[in-house]
Design a protein around this ligand. Structure first.
Ligand SMILES: Nc1ncnc2c1ncn2[C@@H]1O[C@H](COP(=O)(O)OP(=O)(O)O)[C@@H](O)[C@H]1O
Ligand SMILES: [Mg+2]
Length: 252
């Protein structure tokens, strides 16, 4: 579904991503791990169209993505979590979801005057979709709560909910498990697995090895801007190069 070929990114003299090629199969939950500074987030930024590659190619669903404007990936259904604006703290959880969709007829001035019926129908549709997603994420009891009152973990779920409003084909998650208590982490793992069963492909950067080993297959390992290896959890866990990358000499 996603293919990157010999992708590279230089910052000044630093080669943050150095000739990386890999593919993410449709329907997989692919993991991307590696020590701090390995180049993972830089790869995400390039895939999501937020950062132009120095060289290399990116394909999504067979279509060339690099060199396209920054909203293009999002329109194609390839969505990165914080591509969506941060939640509006004063607005309710439900309203935050309703702000997130792809195309909102009501935003256009003329439409609000001349197509009132269509706008109302769309708003109802949005509200239904938002409620369904909140229910799915076990956030429905917080629908009327101001977003600023959510815990860190609930914020992550809200962010996922906002992404889901855009009806994505593939979601890029950058550290969904960071700073989350174990109970909520288990819930997020479960939700990701359920969404995957409904057909959404995932590429996940994560440091929490419980999450990675439970959820991701295959797992890609990066170090120093390069792809070190790819394999299932058992293979990755037992590979001496991976141990060395995480324990040896790589600056944090
Ligand atoms: N905008 C930037 N300007 C300069 N250097 C950057 C920039 N973004 C990232 N880097 C550098 O690129 C390297 C890879 O960073 P990053 O992709 O964030 O790694 P990771 O997400 O794996 O921790 C790091 O050395 C980082 O300091
Ligand atoms: Mg990072």
């Amino acid at each position: 579904m996603l293919k990157i070929k010999q992708l590279a990114k230089e910052f000044g003299g630093l080669r943050a991503v150095d000739d990386v090629s890999f593919a993410v199969g449709k329907g997989t939950i692919t993991g991307l791990i590696g020590p701090n500074g390995a180049g993972k987030t830089t790869i995400f930024n390039m895939i999501a169209g937020m950062l132009p590659p120095t060289s290399g190619e990116i394909f999504f669903d067979g279509e060339r993505m690099d060199g396209k404007p920054d909203y293009y990936a999002f329109r194609c259904g390839l969505v990165r979590t914080f591509q969506i604006p941060r939640p509006f703290g004063e607005m309710t959880v439900l309203e935050n979801l309703m702000m997130a969709p792809k195309h909102q007829i009501g935003e256009l001035f003329w439409n609000t005057w001349f197509r009132m019926g269509a706008v109302r129908a769309q708003e109802r549709l949005l509200r239904d979709q938002a409620r369904e997603i909140l229910e799915f994420l076990n956030l429905d009891h917080l629908a009327a709560e101001a977003a600023k009152n959510l815990s860190g973990g609930q914020h992550k779920l809200l962010e996922l909910g906002r992404v889901l409003m855009s009806d994505p084909k593939m979601i890029l998650l950058d550290e969904p498990g960071a700073g989350i208590n174990p109970t909520l982490l288990g819930e997020i793992i479960e939700r990701i697995a359920a969404l995957n069963e409904r057909g959404i492909t995932f590429l996940i950067i994560e440091h929490n090895m419980d999450l990675v080993m439970n959820l991701c297959r295959p797992i890609l390992v990066m170090a120093n801007g390069r792809l070190l290896m790819e394999g299932d959890a058992a293979t990755v866990r037992n590979d001496p190069r991976v141990l060395e990358a995480f324990l040896g000499g790589v600056p944090a």
